[in-house]
Ligand binder design. Structure first.
Ligand code: ATR
Length: 277
């Protein structure tokens, strides 16, 4: 049920640049509506360098929650009152809550959302050997959260020394790895952008086998070449849309105190992506 907009309606927003392509309004508004919550969600274009001003404006305007995307995640981490351990480790905030006392709290929900999704797919993380391809924003968040969730070994593979920086500063179980680590791995995570909008795969199919689960964070196309080839090899695959959905579930719970139904967000994301294709 969509609650009518009144003087009591709360506002949440994603700040970023560029932000007009964001799926967040579709996901969050669908969940607000399904839950009968008196909230609305919009996208606000905030120019690079404007993250701290946006947090100040949030306080002035009483905006209940921010989702934060590129290029503001680090600036916002420095501009708020308190941040959660993942956000502190990553120096990156993707969620801001304006508390009733006017103070701000920031979190990083990307990595935790990824782990939520993997576990929702029936894949255990505790004690598992994981290879993470990529050490950018998403890869770092995933490594951090896999460590917090108890992964036994996290081999980070990247074409630059970003892998070494991530291994040294994030999870204790993390180390620099290579594709050779795939031989003993339980889970392969593609956290690079390889395969986004293309039919490329970051891994040759000869590395894929039935007992290697693949999680790809890419969700455009909906089934990537990596997922397709892993399914052909007889393995379980985990798609990228679930990470987007589950990190948004955590955001909304932080803003409203109520955990929305992930299925509602997923349906909204699928509908929005289908409308764009
Ligand atoms: P995001 O926030 O989505 O993680 P990002 O921070 O730009 O985006 O990170 C993209 C990741 O994909 C990086 O690990 C990047 O590797 P580099 O650090 O070496 O740039 C990786 N990546 C992008 N294109 C790649 C390619 N063609 N081959 C291998 N890795 C690639």
């Amino acid at each position: 049920m969509r609650v009518p907009i009144t003087g009591a309606t709360r506002l949440a927003a994603v700040i970023g640049s560029p932000v007009r392509h964001s799926l967040s309004p579709a996901l969050h508004n669908a969940a607000f509506e399904a839950g009968g919550l008196d909230w609305r969600f919009v996208a606000l274009e905030v120019a690079p360098g404007g993250g701290a001003d946006a947090v100040a404006a949030m306080r002035t305007l009483g905006i209940g929650g921010f989702a934060v995307t590129m290029p503001h995640k680090s600036d916002v981490a420095a501009a708020i009152d308190e941040i959660d351990p993942a956000a502190a480790a990553l120096d990156s905030v993707n969620t801001v809550v304006l508390r009733n006392d006017g103070s701000t709290f920031g979190a990083s929900t990307d990595g935790a959302g990824f782990v939520d999704w993997v576990e929702a797919c029936g894949v255990e993380v505790v004690g598992r050997r994981v290879v993470v391809l990529g050490a950018g924003g998403a890869g770092r968040a995933i490594v951090d959260s896999l460590g917090r969730a108890g992964a036994g070994d996290i081999a980070i593979v990247n074409r630059t020394d970003a892998a070494a920086v991530a291994a040294a500063s994030l999870a204790e179980a993390a180390r620099v790895g290579s594709l050779d680590d795939l031989g003993a791995a339980d889970l392969l995570v593609n956290a690079t952008s390889v395969g986004m909008g293309s039919d490329d795969s970051p891994v040759d199919r000869r590395f894929l086998r039935p007992d290697l689960t693949v999680a790809d964070i890419v969700y455009h196309p909906r089934e990537t070449r990596l997922q397709r080839e892993d399914a052909d090899a007889g393995a379980a695959t985990i798609d990228g849309l679930g990470m987007l959905v589950h990190q948004a579930v955590r955001q909304q719970q932080l803003w409203t105190g109520i955990r929305p139904d992930p299925a509602v967000l997923r349906t909204a994301a699928e509908r929005e992506l289908a409308a764009r294709s």
